[in-house]
Ligand binder design. Sequence first.
Ligand code: TXA
Ligand code: MG
Length: 347
Amino acid sequence: MGNQARNPKMTQLITIDRSLSQSAMVDLLLPAVLCLKQGGHVVFPTETVYGLCCDPTNEEAIQELYAIKGRSFQNPLTLHISGVQHLSSLVEGFEREEVQRLASVFWPGPLTLVLPKTKQVSDSLTGSLPTVGLRYPSDAVATAFIQACGGVVAGTSANLSGGLAFTSHEDLKNDLVGRVDFILSADDIGGLESTVLDLSEGAKILRPGMVPSELIEKVLGHAVEVCYAQSPTAEAKKYALKASLKLYDATDRVEMLALCSGKKLGVLVLTEGCKNEDWNGKDLQRAFGFADLVVEFVERQRYAFDLYDALHRLDQKGVDVILAPRVEKSGVGAAIMHRLEKSAGMI
Ligand code: TXA
Ligand code: MG
């Protein structure tokens, strides 16, 4: 674990209206940019979850970022970039044909590419690994901010280590006010984290995410290995909740509900693909009539987009158990199930 973070900090909040022009946005972001350049820590929105970042060339700031999160130094940060022009000095092999193809299709967007790093990237940022993760977010606020910081920041998800990432700035305030210098907030944040694809040796998916592996395979024209166990975080406790999370499907829902009787219960419901009429609309709400809170999603993409919000909401309500529907592990379903199984302590 990291050193003690310098606590508490005076955290300043900047709310960004997405309809602002690029230059008005940069003016608003300027205090946070200056602070980062002086070793500060900034929470920023991305098109997946909120990130937390610092200057990648400032050793002290990197150490402190680990301390803020309570993150193990073995678990690398990723370089968040606002364009590909900086990459030749940071990684090797970006010019490879298949890397170029993936970047041209999926960047900017929720795909983190892992490549061999150059000496310019600090070992303390990569947990001494010879590789580094590259993330080029598509969120306009993220790119305006990273660009104003010089084009590259060292980032990670803005949650404390072991916890669930945040897609709402209201939720993350509980954990991060007093620990970081700035929180940049914007609306319309949602989703699960980026897909992590290691291209340093073959093509291995280390974490399923918002870009489905099937799409990556289509672009590459060959299969990719799925190696979640090889991620530096594989063993770590992740996506933990206060409530106990249990998964259900149409075949075991009755037993699951019975197991929950007498408990304060939160239920997630996915109406897409419900064949049994009991599982539709009002009937389904009735089936879960004794639940304290039911959150309904109409389809899987929405399930992925709003999952973290819903889990934080139910957890804050103080439910004992959260029941969540299993989905097929294809497309974005692979990422949904990965997070749910981790939260449930199943993997
Ligand atoms: O969508 C996202 O990726 C979010 C937003 C904020 O950008 N970020 C994020 O960061 O989820 P983090 O630190 O929570 O997750 C990055 C993942 C971790 O599982 C880490 O182990 C892996 O990427 N990773 C980073 N660098 C790596 C490397 N050199 N080799 C293998 N895995 C790496
Ligand atoms: Mg994370």
